[in-house]
Ligand binder design. Structure first.
Ligand code: E4P
Length: 218
């Protein structure tokens, strides 16, 4: 399973890239707006940090506009994956882009039928938004399970990218259900390693050793 980081902040990206914890990056217009610096500048920095898939989203919603943006974005760097919203014009563009060998990440996916369309269009990644579904009281794990099953049923090469992750449990569920990738916000990446019993246990191991007056082995 691959981990992408879900942020446009180069400092956070560098932190987790240097730790060896992430394989790629996803951004979206909202994430771009949160850093407080020109997005062009951020993207340049991200290219210098990450050697893995970097999703950059188009702003156009019509076929010609999406195609124009997608081609320009893909020329920025070999690692660019063009993020396209799941709308009819977007699917048409994904089909055309895939035949030109341009990688795509179909975003804003909330149903199995939408994911199936993305796969049929030749998307490289399909991104079901788990957290946003849970936010409105739907069980996102059922959606993820269905999408993973559909991709397997027909051997679609499209990778399932679990997005809109809100908790470490959601990352674990994505892994259990067979998502190829989870894109995880920095705050959740931080929490993945944490468990109070780990901290308590380590404290006790070190205390016991010290109190017994034992010498370190090395
Ligand atoms: C990533 O590809 C998505 O844009 C992102 O995970 C959405 O997350 P959100 O629902 O927390 O905004």
């Amino acid at each position: 399973m691959q981990f992408f980081i879900d942020t446009a902040d180069p400092a956070e990206i560098k932190k987790y890239w240097d730790m060896g914890l992430i394989d790629g990056v996803t951004t979206n217009p909202s994430l771009a707006s949160q850093v407080g610096r020109p997005f062009k500048e951020l993207v340049k920095e991200i290219f210098g940090i990450v050697n893995g898939p970097i999703s950059l989203e188009v702003l156009s919603t019509d076929f010609e506009g999406i195609m124009r943006e997608a081609k320009s974005l893909s020329l920025l760097n070999a690692n660019v994956v063009v993020k396209v919203p799941l709308i009819p014009e977007g699917l048409k563009a994904v089909k055309a882009l895939s035949s030109e060998g341009i990688k795509t990440n179909v975003t804003l996916v909330f149903s199995t039928s939408q994911a199936l369309l993305a796969a049929k269009a030749g998307a490289t990644y399909v991104s079901p938004f788990l957290g946003r579904l849970d936010d409105i009281g739907q069980d996102s794990s059922l959606l993820l399970e269905e999408i993973v099953t559909v991709m397997a049923n027909y051997d679609f090469p499209t990778k399932v990218l679990a997005a809109s992750i809100r908790s470490s449990r959601q990352v674990a569920l994505a892994a259990l259900l067979g998502a190829d990738v989870a894109t995880i916000p920095p705050a959740i990446l931080e929490k993945l390693a944490q468990h109070p019993l780990t901290d308590k246990g380590l404290e006790k191991f070190l205390k016991d050793y010290k109190e017994a007056g034992l010498e370190p082995l090395v």
